[in-house]
Design a protein around this ligand. Structure first.
Ligand SMILES: Nc1ncnc2c1ncn2[C@@H]1O[C@H](COP(=O)(O)OP(=O)(O)O)[C@@H](O)[C@H]1O
Ligand SMILES: [Mg+2]
Length: 249
């Protein structure tokens, strides 16, 4: 079967500084794939490359078999890839409802226009309500997103990312800054909402990574030093030496 994501020999330099070096990554359809590695290894940069927010210096990226490197983010999004950012990225002054509706409108191909009343579109309304229900924020629907708790904002963001109906979801540190209880909730949410889709996740909490991922790639200094199942990664001496150390013993 065609890979959901295929990154082939990608390099990325900022000025003279090579940040991503000969990056090769394969994510199968329907797989939950975690990317781990130390701070500054290039995990977010890898996401930016795949989602089209930055362009590779060289190499090729495919989504469902189609070359997407060189396309713009919205074009890649239209082809079925949706991502979240490491920093919370919701519209603080819009209500929870409006934030989700905005994503739904985009996903259903409606052009937003301020003079149009979009609330009468039944499928948009229904979808928005469904997503709010999925992320357990129905009771907060009329609250400006900026007034949500931090964890609620991140959950809203996960909902918005997934609302697009994309088949490939990329989440960059979705549980960062959350308590244990909030993390558990968020992971359950991610698991449920990405059922039947492909997930690529950057995550620093190793219990989350090893509990959630089907496969793991380890990024160190802009290069993937190992990809494999959790057991393979756990037992890989190169990974232990370069990154995980005693963390997984
Ligand atoms: N737009 C940019 N211009 C210059 N350097 C950048 C840019 N984006 C990221 N970097 C550098 O690339 C390296 C990897 O960053 P990043 O991908 O954010 O790491 P990670 O997400 O793994 O912590 C860092 O050294 C960072 O400073
Ligand atoms: Mg990062």
């Amino acid at each position: 079967m065609t890979a959901a994501i295929e990154v082939k020999a990608v390099d990325k330099s900022f000025g003279n500084v090579g940040i991503i070096r000969d990056l090769n990554l394969n994510v199968a359809q329907g797989e939950r794939h975690a990317v781990i590695g130390p701070n500054g290894a290039g995990k977010s940069t890898t996401f930016n490359l795949i989602s089209g927010h930055i362009k590779p210096t060289s190499g090729e990226i495919r989504l469902n078999g189609e070359v997407i490197s060189g396309l713009r983010p919205f074009e890649i999004n239209r082809r079925g890839l949706s991502r979240s950012f490491q920093v919370t990225n919701v519209f603080a002054r819009m209500t929870v409802w409006e934030n989700v509706r905005c994503a739904v409108l985009w996903a259903t191909g409606h052009r937003y226009a301020f003079w149009k009343n979009v609330d009468h579109l039944p499928e948009v309304k229904q979808r928005t309500a469904q997503i709010l229900d999925d992320i357990h924020l129905s009771h907060r629907r009329d609250v400006p997103a900026g007034l949500l708790t931090y964890a609620e904002q991140r959950e809203l963001e996960i909902g918005i990312t997934i609302a697009s109906g994309a088949s490939v979801i990329m989440l960059d540190e979705p549980t960062a800054g959350m308590s244990h209880a909030e993390t558990d909730r968020a992971v359950a949410l991610i698991r449920r909402l990405t059922e039947g889709r492909t997930l690529v996740i950057v995550e620093h909490d190793m219990s989350v990574v090893f509990g959630l991922a089907d496969r793991i790639s380890v990024l160190v200094y802009g290069n993937i030093i190992a990809s494999g199942t959790p057991d393979e990664i756990r037992g890989n001496p190169k990974v232990k030496e370069a990154y995980l150390g005693e963390e997984v013993d």
